[in-house]
Design a protein around this ligand. Structure first.
Ligand code: AMP
Ligand code: ZN
Length: 456
């Protein structure tokens, strides 16, 4: 069987393009990672779930994926205009810890979230603070080529020197120059951005010497420098959330174009936002972190299921009702799959249709619907299971996981009372309690002086 060829929506081209890797069956994938000054929220996690799905689809197509993700542990300012505070230093002050402690703590929390969501660990995780020299070297080359200028507060990238600036976002430069009021700091143009910021009078915990003065790198330079270090000047796919299109990815591209004369990635993919009442979700509103979902009784994979019900290029609205719906669907799915017999073959017809969907720019909502169709089809129990498990390599929902129904507390109390009655040889009363337990939808099985309670 030849599966449908993979095609992906490339933001740079504004259209779906057949995927062609640079080198045979390997793919270099760079995903912009988190800024670790706070917990990730469900929105951030939607983006990492999308990246994971992309990676799994590439793998199922036979590619070996070299997945690199950075950790922004310095230099991301609270304003995209290169003013405001460093998010790490601000977080540290707020929580009365060192910036290093904050970074380590939230990186750890983030990686734990990924694991709970069955997100594969990137092949390389690289921290900005551990690649300061690479960033300084990169900036030095930009300076040598005449793309920088210095002000009192830092070294800036001069976007007027790069004719192609803003291609990814289709930025209208003239519009921006004349445009609405933006915080210019000491920049010449609104689109110029910091490569290196000076510590100046500020008391900072994270700072390094550089040819331009003591300070810290701008946010965009870490990705250009680390992507080049781990994937080379030219690699296959660069991904991130949709908010990265106008600023972060635009500026990453500018740096690479200026230094190497070309755009670093061949495909640019962007995950659309998760929204809460049509609004942006902010990190400071921590009510939507994964732990909060778990505390409300949701399984992390129910959230994964929910994200699969929307295409990554559409906004997804978060509601507790839709999460409940996803959890119920996931349980039903597992109940169906675990009842099927082992030892079957993947059904060819469904395998082909599955590839048609996932390879058309990751059409997960339809692929998920196809899974339900398989389970309701007339094929043998064994073949349905083999096909479902094949699909789950992409969904990663642990659909073969046997649901352990938690027995309610009142049922457990009744079972204990019944045991006591039996031990006192008050059998009529014990039988009455057994009936009560049955009426609540449970059954007790005696095992010597112990018992088992399960759903009827
Ligand atoms: P940050 O830690 O703020 O740098 O964000 C980490 C990732 O989450 C980036 O790729 C963002 O584009 C993405 N992101 C931020 N907010 C949302 C949201 N509401 N929905 C989906 N992705 C988001
Ligand atoms: Zn980045």
């Amino acid at each position: 069987m030849t599966p449908t060829a993979l095609s992906l929506f490339d933001t740079m081209a504004r259209q779906q393009r057949p995927f062609q890797s640079i080198e045979n069956n390997t793919v270099g994938l760079y995903a912009c990672g988190p800024t670790v000054y706070d917990y990730a929220h469900a929105g951030n996690l939607r983006t990492y779930l999308f990246v994971d799905t992309l990676r799994r689809v590439l793998s199922l197509n036979g590619y070996q994926v070299n997945h690199v993700m950075n950790i922004t542990d310095v230099g991301h300012l609270t304003s995209d205009a290169d003013t405001g505070e460093d998010k790490m230093e601000k977080g540290a002050r707020k929580q009365n810890k060192s910036a290093w402690e904050i970074a380590q703590y939230f990186e750890h929390a983030f990686l734990a979230d990924l694991e709970q969501l069955n997100i594969l660990t990137p092949t390389t995780i690289c921290r900005a603070t551990e690649h300061i020299q690479e960033q300084i070297d990169f900036i030095a080359q930009l300076e040598e080529k005449g793309f920088t200028y210095q002000t009192r507060d830092g070294l800036y990238f001069d976007t007027s020197k790069l004719a192609e600036y803003g291609q990814l976002a289709r930025l209208d430069k003239t519009g921006l120059e004349a445009g609405i009021r933006v915080d210019m700091a000491e920049k010449k143009l609104a689109t110029d951005f910091a490569l290196w910021k000076f510590s100046g009078e500020q008391e900072r915990q994270m700072e390094w010497p550089s040819p331009w003065g003591v300070g810290f790198p701008g946010w965009h330079i870490e990705c250009s420098a680390m992507a080049e270090k781990y994937l080379g000047e030219q690699f296959d796919i660069h991904v991130g959330g949709e908010d990265h299109i106008p600023i972060h990815h635009t500026n990453e591209i500018a740096q690479c174009q200026a230094k190497n004369g070309r755009i670093q990635a061949n495909y640019w993919l962007h995950g659309f936002f998760l929204q809460l009442n049509k609004e942006k979700i902010s990190k400071s509103g921590t009510s939507l972190r994964l732990e909060a979902l778990i505390e409300r009784g949701f399984e992390p994979l129910a959230y994964r299921y929910l994200t699969l019900t929307g295409h990554y290029r559409s906004h997804l609205s978060f509601t507790w009702e839709s999460l409940q719906g996803a959890q119920t669907a996931l349980k039903r799915l597992r109940n169906k799959v675990t009842k099927l017999a082992d030892g079957g073959q993947i059904i060819d017809e469904y395998q082909q249709r599955f590839f048609q969907l996932i390879n058309q720019d990751l059409n997960m909502p339809k692929a998920l619907a196809l899974l339900w169709e398989v389970l309701d089809s007339g094929y043998s129990s064994q073949d349905k299971k083999a096909t479902a498990l094949f699909f789950d390599q992409i969904f990663a929902l642990d659909i073969n996981h046997v649901e352990q129904e938690k027995v309610p507390e009142d049922v457990m109390q009744l079972a204990l009372q019944r045991l006591a009655m039996k031990q006192q040889k008050r059998f009529a009363e014990a039988d009455k309690i057994r009936e009560q337990i049955n009426q609540l939808g449970y059954q007790v099985a005696d095992k010597g002086d112990k018992f088992d309670v399960s759903a009827l």
